[in-house]
Structures are given as structure tokens and as C-alpha cells.
Ligand binder design. Structure first.
Ligand SMILES: Cc1ncc(COP(=O)(O)O)c(C=O)c1O
Length: 408
């Protein structure tokens, strides 16, 4: 049998999906599993936009232009301009989701032996995207005690070395739900300008900010037009993850030229997805207002329930739909597996993402988990009943015993 590549042997497993087999097994045994591991919202994709795709009745599903369907790009430009951004059509590049957008930025802007700085906990796939591009990640650890606020600017500056090409942040943040202030974004921008490096901002959760939190896009940084690139997507905003449509917005012509070269290899982003995305731009603002209210309620339920659990440390996230909590356990990987394989409460259990996979630094996040509040409040409450019970009966020694068993 031929060998697979050495490259693939070192590749990490997604913390979000790696327990899928245990979850399938739990279901096969008749348990009801509450899936709080993955950022797949249960919110409906706007029906009016789906209807427009059906009405389009395309006789051939052709390749789209590599840069994206021009009518879609033009409407996006108009939307940016109507919000006061100095964006033209040529500044927008349509991609296969934000996932491809980030990979293209890395390919276009960072060489194989160079590094990017990312606050952690981080969106786990950044690690995989960096591996694809052979780019090193220099993590800066944010802390649960201040709700995972952006680390001090001094920490970023201290991490910059001669091989640093960019700072990458996610705002609002996955996995922490932190929303970074206008002042923090401006300060980070100034640092990038001072050191002549890029600032990449993943803004896929920009539509989801709660309470007093306000989203501040890095596209406001006009003085930094050559340094800033943002990525966005229809996946979360319109609960259209399967459309696979995202974008890069950047005012640096050289970066866009380089992106175009790489993007031409993959021909185009999905044509039908772009037809849907164009229709999504017509969706009434009330859709997002209602979705925001729904997420706010879920966030409140989750925060309240977690705050009442003994030994659980958490904070009230300001955006996105995640909370990154600390549990009274010693090994979240083991605990999350145990939840699926050995635990049930009234025939039910839950699936969470273990925290360690959201850190680039080894050994961090071992007692932390990410919860995605992608289920309605009733189900969330039931899932929290399970978690509360699980924490009550889970003895740390279970993990130790299991580790000892492995060694035997
Ligand atoms: C922070 C962040 N960036 C990018 C993505 C990928 O988005 P897309 O579906 O547009 O590829 C996700 C998906 O969960 C995400 O959470």
C-alpha cells in the first residue's frame, strides 16, 4: 500500500469535528445529543433570497469569473459605500467562504518561513490554514479574567520580529465572543503601520454584537489602506454556511493582483452561492434585528446557567455566538469524549469542543471548552441541565484512571 504524505501525518484534527464518531455512537445508542460544538446556526436562511435563486432558473451552471459575479460585487460595493466606506468594485474579491479568503491572503502576503501574530484562543482552522501555507503562528494569549479582551499592544509589539508579516484578529471573536473596541483596532492599526506589516481582520461575525458592544470595522482605517485586508462571508450573517461564499476587501492593488493569480487556479467561487448571496443583499434589515434578539436571549440563558454552576468560570460575551468557559476538570478532551460515550442525563447528553484545539501554544486550554449557542433557548437549557449534572458527577480521577489504563 502506498504511503500517505509526511505532511498529512503532522496535521491536526479539528477540535470541532474530532468527536463526531463518539456523537454518532451516542445517537446509535438512542441518546439525544445537543450539538453545541459547531458554529452551524439553526436559524433559517432568508426564504425570500432562496426563492430568488429558484426563480433564476439558470439553464447552465457556468463558472463565475474568478473575482466574482460582477453584479454581486457591484451591489456589495454600493452597500459599503452607503455605510461610508471608501470601497470600489476592484477592492472586493469573492471567495469560497471566508475560509478560502484567509488562505488566499496568507498565500499572497506571507512567505513560507515567515510568521503571523494571532491572539489565542483562536479560530482553530487558522492553524490549518497556516499549515497549508507553511506559515508560522506566533500566538499571544488572551485571558478569561477580562473576557478575552485583545491583549495589550505592548504584547503585540514584543512579538513582532523580522519575519512577521501580519497580525490576524477575528472581531467579533470566535471562539471567545469578545468584541474589540474602536480604540483597540485603531491602536493595532497604528502598530501595523509603524512596523509596515499587514492587518488581517476576520469580520465574519460583524452582524452579531449585543448590548452596548459596537462593531468597528478595520476598513475605517483609511490611513492604513495598503496594510488592511478584511474577510467576510454570508455563512453566519445569513445562516448560509453551505453557500460557500465569502470575500476579501482590500485596497492594496498588489495584494489583489497576487490573490487573483492564486484564485485563478481554483477557477471560481460557487455560481449558485453567489446568486443567493446577491439576493441576500436585498433581505430586509428586520431579519438581522430578529436574529440578534434571538442570539442575545440565548447568550443570556447560557451565561446565567454557566454562572450558577459550581467551579465554572465564564464571562458575558459581547458578540458572535460562542462562549469559552473554564470547567472544574483536568482534561477537556477526555471530558467531552466522556460526555458522549459514558454519560447521560434522562437519555440526553451534549457535544462541546475541547479548548486545547483553540490554542497554538501547547498545554493551554486543557480545562476550557467552547460552547456555540446555535440551539434555541429551550434546548440550550436542557443541554445546560446535562452539563450541570455531568460536572457534578464527573470525578477528575476518571481521566487519570483512563490515562493510566492507556499506559498499561
Ligand atoms: C472566525 C471564522 N472565520 C472563518 C470561518 C469560515 O467561514 P466560511 O464558512 O465563510 O468559510 C468561520 C466558520 O466558522 C469562523 O468562525
Amino acid at each position: 500500500m502506498p504511503n500517505i504524505s509526511k505532511r498529512s501525518l503532522g496535521t491536526y484534527e479539528s477540535p470541532i469535528r474530532k468527536l463526531a464518531a463518539s456523537a454518532n455512537q451516542a445517537e446509535a445508542e438512542g441518546k439525544k445529543v445537543y450539538y453545541l460544538n459547531i458554529g452551524q446556526p439553526d436559524i433559517l436562511t432568508p426564504p425570500s433570497a432562496l426563492q430568488k435563486v429558484k426563480e433564476k432558473d439558470l439553464p447552465i451552471i457556468k463558472y463565475a469569473p474568478s473575482k466574482g459575479i460582477s453584479t454581486y460585487v457591484e451591489k456589495l460595493t454600493q452597500q459599503y459605500q452607503s455605510k461610508g466606506f471608501d470601497i470600489q468594485n476592484e477592492h472586493i474579491y469573492i471567495t469560497n467562504g471566508a475560509s478560502e479568503a484567509i488562505q488566499l491572503l496568507l498565500m499572497a502576503c506571507v512567505d513560507a518561513d515567515e510568521n503571523i501574530i494571532i491572539p489565542e484562543p483562536l479560530y482553530a482552522n487558522y492553524v490549518g490554514f497556516s499549515e497549508y501555507a507553511s506559515v508560522q503562528i506566533k500566538p499571544i494569549t488572551s485571558q478569561i479574567e477580562d473576557g478575552f479582551a485583545l491583549p495589550n499592544i505592548e504584547k503585540f509589539e514584543a512579538a513582532i520580529d523580522s519575519k512577521t508579516r501580519a497580525i490576524l484578529i477575528c472581531n467579533p471573536n470566535n471562539p471567545t465572543g469578545a468584541v474589540y473596541s474602536k480604540e483597540a483596532i485603531i491602536e493595532l492599526g497604528e502598530l501595523c503601520k509603524k512596523h509596515d506589516i499587514f492587518l488581517f481582520v476576520d469580520e465574519v461575525y460583524s452582524a452579531f454584537c449585543y448590548d452596548e458592544f459596537e462593531f468597528y470595522s478595520a476598513l475605517h482605517l483609511n490611513d492604513l489602506a495598503q496594510n488592511v485586508a478584511i474577510v467576510d462571508s454570508v455563512s453566519k450573517r445569513y445562516s448560509a454556511c453551505g453557500a460557500r461564499v465569502g470575500r476579501i476587501v482590500c485596497r492594496n492593488a498588489k495584494v489583489l493582483e497576487a490573490i487573483n493569480k492564486f484564485a485563478q487556479y481554483r477557477l471560481s467561487a460557487p455560481t449558485l452561492g453567489q446568486v443567493l448571496s446577491e439576493a441576500l443583499l436585498e433581505v430586509d434589515a428586520s431579519y438581522l434585528e430578529e436574529v440578534n434578539l434571538e442570539y442575545t436571549e440565548r447568550r443570556n440563558v447560557l451565561f446565567e446557567r454557566l454562572s450558577q454552576m459550581d467551579g465554572v468560570k465564564c464571562y458575558k460575551p459581547g458578540g458572535a455566538f460562542y462562549v469559552f468557559a473554564e470547567l472544574p476538570i483536568d482534561d477537556a478532551d477526555y471530558f467531552c469524549k466522556w460526555l458522549l460515550e459514558s454519560f447521560e442525563h434522562e437519555g440526553q447528553t451534549l457535544m462541546l469542543s475541547p479548548g486545547s484545539g483553540f490554542y497554538a501554544s501547547p498545554e493551554l486550554g486543557k480545562n476550557q471548552i467552547r460552547i456555540a449557542y446555535v440551539l434555541n433557548s429551550t434546548d440550550l437549557n436542557k443541554a445546560m441541565d446535562c452539563l450541570e449534572k455531568a460536572i457534578e458527577i464527573y470525578p477528575n480521577k476518571v481521566a487519570l484512571d483512563a490515562k493510566m489504563m492507556e499506559k498499561i
